[in-house]
Design a protein around this ligand. Structure first.
Ligand SMILES: Cc1cc2nc3c(=O)[nH]c(=O)nc-3n(C[C@H](O)[C@H](O)[C@H](O)COP(=O)(O)OP(=O)(O)OC[C@H]3O[C@@H](n4cnc5c(N)ncnc54)[C@H](O)[C@@H]3O)c2cc1C
Length: 464
């Protein structure tokens, strides 16, 4: 195939696009690209299973994965009817916080109905449901059991024009646009240097988290009887987390995790003991009588990592990274898949608006950087508290910790404030909502001791 001679001012040619990686970010990117390009090829090194089972190159598949409300809404927008599809194929759906026992900030969250719906399913199930939708698109092709080994650049190295691949034989695929959704394999970073480009600034937060995941049978139909339960960690006191959640096929998934070096073990006794050591006993009480269906799988994540491609002065045209290949979030906050969906939205907007490759690259990288800023800053500000042995003494930190402490206390007694807070956590609202008068005023009143006695629901009403 002849290389197309294009300069940075050339219009974006929309014949063919290649996506490296067929996981969540890759499939969502391909879905968007298919609206703009005649042919999209997803290149995936794994054999993609015919059923919702974990696969080797996505080792986090064995771990508990929550889908934030914003992510769920975006999936529904991309694939109309998707949430009904999830529900009818077996996902657990419930109202938050009415149908979820959450121990958070040292208290049980009060129960009341809200506009937040939660969807629980295993990670392979969610990926598989998305794959069914993407496969149904006839201008998207999956090239599986094929590894991208390198990027192909134009002779002057200014743009990426395709990829080198290895399956049974080595070959090449040329494309008008290459999207890197290779996750932690980060093909882009590896290839930049080879092509003579600077590497992006990397920020890593050494959270040192270990997850342990295991699936259980639900012989007594617990889903009809018990609600999901989550015991959250708290800076300077509990660095351990535990979840026991209903998923598809009448199964439950247990997720235990330890921050800053705390590690759930992968042997029977140690796993149960870790569950017993959580701030509340409910996860342990359920686990000790449940029948495991899988071994205990561990996943260690030394750091959350962000690569700021948007700050690079030079970056090859025709190449756009997405998903974990840009930013691997601390998984405790459940943001990764939702951020992939937000970035796919950015891709859609930029492809619609940008006329040239240079404009597309500049706008896309900037907008993705901005998209990541909010969830990244939110979690980093929380993570640094876990990493510090004691609360910061810096005036600005003390002010924000004072505000958050009072805000968390008000969440437990004021329905509006509680919901507004969790809408921010679920990325449906921006963090600025936490400083709007409807939140700020009750928080200030609480700090002055004015509204403390108004309790939302007595703790005895919580179904644990
Ligand atoms: C323990 C843990 C728990 C998590 N919990 C949550 C949660 O509760 N909620 C949430 O939203 N997110 C969660 N996440 C994050 C979430 O898993 C990721 O954000 C999500 O998988 C998106 O990743 P991705 O598609 O960018 O990359 P990945 O899922 O890592 O996929 C990368 C894909 O690229 C393929 N690939 C790599 N290199 C090549 C190559 N050279 N050639 C061809 N193919 C290649 C791989 O085979 C793989 O399929 C969690 C993550 C971890 C680690």
């Amino acid at each position: 195939m002849m290389l197309k001679q294009l300069t940075s001012n050339s219009p974006v040619v929309k014949d063919s696009a290649v996506v490296i990686g067929g996981s969540i970010a890759g499939m969502l990117a391909a879905h968007i690209l298919a609206k703009h390009f005649k042919q999209v090829t997803i290149i995936e090194r794994d054999r993609l299973p015919e059923s919702p089972i974990p696969r080797g190159s996505v080792p986090q598949s064995f771990q508990v994965h929550g889908l934030l409300t914003k992510g769920a809404l975006l999936l529904e927008e991309f694939f109309p009817g998707f949430l009904k599809q999830l529900e009818s194929n077996g996902s657990f759906t419930g109202n938050f916080p009415e149908e979820f026992n959450v121990f958070w900030a040292g208290q049980w969250l009060p129960k009341f109905p809200s506009d937040i719906t939660i969807y629980f399913q295993s990670r392979p199930f969610l990926e598989w449901q998305i794959r069914q939708r993407v496969k149904a698109n006839c201008n998207i092709a999956f090239l599986t059991e094929t590894t991208v080994t390198d990027l192909i650049a134009s002779p002057d190295q200014t743009r990426v024009v395709g990829v080198k691949i290895q399956s049974q034989t080595a070959s090449e695929i040329l494309a008008d646009l290459v999207v890197d959704a290779s996750g932690q394999a980060t093909i882009t970073t590896k290839c930049l240097e080879k092509l003579g480009y600077p590497s992006p600034a990397i920020t890593s937060i050494p959270i040192n988290i270990t997850y342990a995941g295991r699936i259980y049978r639900d012989p007594k139909n617990l889903a009809g009887k018990y609600q999901p339960v989550g015991i959250n960690p708290m800076p300077h006191s509990f660095h351990r987390m535990g979840l026991f959640l209903p998923i598809e096929d009448n199964k439950w998934i247990a997720g235990l995790a330890g921050y800053t070096g705390e590690q759930p073990p992968n042997n029977e006794e140690g796993f149960l003991e870790f569950a017993r050591s959580l701030a509340q006993p409910q996860v342990y009480e359920r686990l000790k009588n449940a029948e495991p269906l899988t071994p205990i799988f561990l996943y260690k994540m030394p750091a959350s990592v962000r690569r700021q491609y948007e700050k690079l002065a030079k970056f090859p045209l025709g190449l756009l990274p997405i998903g974990d290949s840009i930013c691997k979030f601390n998984p405790i906050y459940g943001q990764g898949m939702t951020v992939c969906a937000l970035e796919a939205k950015v891709l859609d907007r930029c492809l619609g608006e940008c006329q040239s490759l240079a404009q597309l690259q500049r706008k896309y990288l900037r907008a993705v950087g901005k998209t990541i800023d909010t969830p990244w800053n939110l979690t980093v500000s929380e993570d640094v508290q876990y990493l510090a042995s004691e609360a910061s003494k810096l005036p600005l930190d003390q002010l924000s910790q004072w505000y958050l402490k009072n805000l968390f206390a008000v969440c437990l007694i004021n329905r509006d404030v509680c919901l507004e807070f969790f809408r921010v956590v679920h990325m449906v609202k921006q963090p600025t909502a936490l400083f709007s008068p409807r939140v700020l005023l009750p928080v200030l009143a609480y700090s002055l001791g004015l509204n403390r006695q108004r309790s939302l629901n007595p703790i005895s009403a919580v179904n644990i």
